[in-house]
Design a protein around this ligand. Structure first.
Ligand SMILES: [Fe+2]
Ligand SMILES: [Fe+2]
Length: 187
């Protein structure tokens, strides 16, 4: 995707979904992390851009409004899934969040059948029922691609930080000494 294409797609998304982009809850989702240090809001915008780019480059003749609005709302679960309340296998965030996102989106927006299907099925094959429309397939693929790149970049950045860190003996010796003095005083 060229820079010009990306700017054009972002401009089209802004024109198609200003109500979503300027809404309190969507902006608030910039405080909830999705993968690594990428927020849910940024992740959703990236998925929307990528889905439109896929549709245009393959000339799929999709309903672009549904792709844009459905992708922006596909992770509209509105909580931080890393908190103890939601994280962990028993809470099954991966399985349940599409339904929660759909319920939240329906409270605020008039959704088309395609938009509903995009939100509800985007985690396929984790959720059993496959997408019904080509727009839902495009967003599902874009979401998997973006999620993988976000996770990969985060792991790579963490690894680079670790490699750049060169431990020296001096700070460790000083810290140990301070710890020893503190312990000695307490006893
Ligand atoms: Fe999701
Ligand atoms: Fe997502």
């Amino acid at each position: 995707m060229t820079k010009e294409n990306l700017i054009k797609i972002m401009k089209d998304i802004k024109a198609t979904a200003p109500d979503i982009l300027h809404s309190k809850n969507f902006i608030q989702s910039d405080n909830n992390m999705q993968h690594g240090n990428i927020s849910v809001m940024k992740h959703s915008k990236k998925v929307a851009c990528t889905a439109v780019a896929i549709s245009r480059s393959l000339k799929l003749k999709c309903d672009e409004t549904a792709i844009m609005r459905g992708a922006l709302l596909h992770d509209y679960f509105l909580y931080d899934w890393h908190t103890p309340e939601h994280a962990g296998f028993k809470n099954l965030h991966g399985f349940y969040h599409p339904d929660i996102a759909l319920q939240n989106a329906e409270k605020e927006y008039e959704l088309s059948d395609r938009e509903r299907d995009i939100i509800k099925k985007h985690m396929w094959p984790l959720t059993i029922v496959p997408p019904k429309f080509k727009e839902s397939w495009v967003v599902t693929i874009a979401d998997k691609y973006i999620s993988t790149t976000e996770s990969f970049h985060f792991i790579k950045a963490a690894k680079t930080r670790k490699e750049k860190y060169v431990p020296t003996k001096e700070p460790i010796r000083i810290r140990r000494k301070e710890k020893y003095v503190t312990l000695h005083r307490m006893s």
